[in-house]
Design a protein around this ligand. Sequence first.
Ligand SMILES: [Mn+2]
Length: 323
Amino acid sequence: MKFIYFTDSHLRATSPKSRLDNFFESSLEKHKEVFDLANKYQVDAVLHGGDLFDRPDVSISVVSQFSKLLMNLLAPFYIISGNHDIYGHNPDTVQRTMLGLLNSIGLIHLLNEGPLIMDKDKKVKIYGTPYIYGMDREENRQRYIIKDRGDEDYVLHLIHGFLVDEPINEAIPHTLVSDIVETKADVVLTGHYHTGFKTQHINGKYFINPGAIARISNNLVEINRKPKIILITLEDEIHIEEIYLKSAKPGNEILDRTEIEQHRFKKAKLHEFQELIEATTDFSKTDVFELIEEIASTEKINQDVRSEALERVSQVQEAESGL
Ligand SMILES: [Mn+2]
């Protein structure tokens, strides 16, 4: 059986300030190429690692134009929700989002609950673990680990979380591949960390994050990174192939470096530091949920108060979204 995997599309109508091109048009071109590849390779499913949309309430025009592309995709499209797809980092809100809308009309299929079984020449079980608040805190590590296996030939596991191959700054909650090698999944597919990492092959298992299909930030890593997708072929063995997208333009054509160039001599060190931070995190440093968490832990505020604060912020976000 064949699958295409890609992640972090961040579809939105407006262009991020770092981009020189029309971000949405470029996004549509890339997705068209991905779906054309899926049709050409006759894959059994397209798998997406989450953050399809940049916000839970992206505009109707974004959803309708993307839906037109989806209608030309022959294989089913399976996805888990990422932090950007939902309100308040809470996957229970997904039915009230644009991702939930596409799921309810059957254009995409959410894998947030329960595994899917596909049975053709091989029996394949696909698990989905959506992003939740505090996903990469130690108490949530078990979400990354599949404990049981049945009679299936292969197990795939889609996860939206900060999985990395090497330790990074401790201040940023993350999970290491070495922490989850006991998983019974054969192929672990993650997103969230836009830079991605080199595919890890450990004890016969694959740990894969090809990096975001979208390039949002103008740091050096992103400028040199070329968007790619993964072709997974499950026969008697697992074959993993990387395919770079032809429609993705070179980073220096689409990402604006002027501000950084101007400061080249004066503030080189500062920018180096800034780029390190940006490369290791894709969420805003002023994320209200991170702030609540920080205040709650430094001020030793109890769990009930913390949960209530998070719940209220998520209600306000949703009320203000206009959906
Ligand atoms: Mn993302």
